[in-house]
Design a protein around this ligand. Structure first.
Ligand SMILES: C[S@@+](CC[C@H](N)C(=O)[O-])C[C@H]1O[C@@H](n2cnc3c(N)ncnc32)[C@H](O)[C@@H]1O
Length: 262
């Protein structure tokens, strides 16, 4: 136990070193180069978002068509940001990216779209500031793509879920790289040493709301870049929400409500 604590402390110290920052920067540059090389479609625009998973894109499109804003945490190269801007020119788009290399890249990728605003901020500070400066976001139905992770930054997922479900009336959270129950073939990520799973985020959900939780139920890999990657999609503040027939064939749906008197 003591050894685990020491290991964590050591990791924190290493992350603060100049050498670590250099390696991190280089890894971002490499990741960009690879991604940009792979993901540009013929006319030079990003054709795909949501890591190119057709099923996830269809589900996201369904929610985006009903949303006033798309709020993304972790823009990386701006791939999904540009995809949403191109497909939904009337939606407001807010994203954030704390890494200088990625931020510059995302801004340059997205500059032709007038409806995108990217902040060089870390999440969840980005979410707090967004809602402070645009209080109307709280009462709108919005799509939130929680995709801020990796590259040595603080993992904001739990704070994001807590803040959004407590401080906005309704919306949908699309959490990428999430563990799909009973489907080990879908890859997922970690927040520190903990799996991105419902068990991890449940205590962060506002207990006075009801939730519709949606997981992939398809088997086909449609992304040309990634093997199957898990996601968890959480609708809140829309208690009578029903997934349309064409989507419910490919996703499983769970309803969740907590004892409001607790
Ligand atoms: C998986 S990539 C995002 C991909 C992008 N959403 C897309 O669909 O193309 C994750 C990004 O999150 C960023 N990131 C990591 N921690 C973050 C934090 N605390 N706040 C904001 N962004 C963060 C990383 O720098 C990285 O660029």
């Amino acid at each position: 136990m003591q050894q685990v604590g020491m290991f964590k402390e050591l990791k924190k110290i290493i992350k603060k070193t100049y050498f670590y920052q250099l390696v991190n920067e280089a890894s971002h540059r490499r990741a960009h180069k690879k991604w940009m090389h792979n993901s540009l479609c013929e006319d030079g625009l990003h054709e795909y978002g949501f890591h190119g998973d057709r099923y996830l894109m269809d589900l996201a499109d369904f929610f985006l068509s009903q949303s006033r804003a798309f709020v993304e945490t972790g823009a990386f190269s701006g791939t999904t940001t540009c995809y949403v801007a191109r497909k939904f020119p009337n939606i407001e788009i807010y994203s954030c990216e704390p890494h200088s290399v990625s931020f510059k890249h995302a801004v340059s990728q997205c500059k032709k779209y007038r409806n995108i605003d990217i902040s060089k901020t870390s999440s969840p500070k980005f979410l707090y500031e967004l809602i402070m400066s645009l209080p109307r976001i709280k009462s709108q139905f919005n799509t939130y793509f929680l995709d801020a992770h990796g590259f040595g930054f603080y993992c904001p997922l739990l704070d994001e879920v807590r803040f959004l479900t407590n401080n906005t009336n309704s919306g949908v959270l699309i959490i990428d790289d999430f563990k799909v129950p009973g489907r080990p073939e879908f890859g997922y990520d970690y927040c520190g040493e903990q799996e991105y799973s419902f068990d991890l985020i449940e205590s962060s959900l506002c207990k006075s709301k009801e939730y519709t939780i949606i997981y992939p139920a398809y088997t086909e890999r449609t992304s040309q870049w990634h093997p199957l990657r898990g996601a968890c999609v959480i609708v809140f503040g829309a208690d009578d929400f029903l997934l349309p027939e064409n989507l419910s064939r490919n996703f499983s749906v769970i309803k969740k409500a907590y004892n409001k008197n607790r």
